[in-house]
Write a new protein. Structure first.
Length: 114
């Protein structure tokens, strides 16, 4: 295979997940993680606001990439990432969502378009 040429399997992945999508998604998630560092022990409202911001930012990335950038597996991974990032900061996601009348895996649903 010539230098600079992707094998067919990799070419398919590069088409599904272009570098611009990966970079934009990483940027959004990095900003979310940085924001969470200041939310340890915070009440529900600022935590939910941070979740809303990350979801809306991911919606914008999705829209910029044709509105179907994230496949089912990637959507699940993004939701898991948000949940795990909150948990790592000491936020009890089960209790947070219960106080909102939601199931644990419904945290992002009200804002999520992807």
């Amino acid at each position: 295979m010539a230098a600079g040429t992707l094998d067919p399997e990799c070419a398919c992945m590069a088409e599904l997940f272009p570098e611009s999508l990966l970079t934009a998604t990483d940027s959004v998630l990095d900003a979310f993680e940085a924001e969470l560092a200041s939310l340890r022990g915070a009440p529900d409202e600022p935590v939910l606001a941070a979740v809303e911001r990350v979801v809306l930012a991911l919606n914008a990335v999705n829209d910029e990439h044709g509105g179907d950038a994230y496949e089912t597996g990637e959507r699940e991974q993004l939701c898991d990432f948000i949940d795990e990032a909150l948990t790592e900061q000491g936020i009890d996601v089960v209790a947070l969502t219960a106080r909102q009348g939601l199931g644990r895996y419904q945290l992002t649903d009200r804002w999520r378009d992807w």
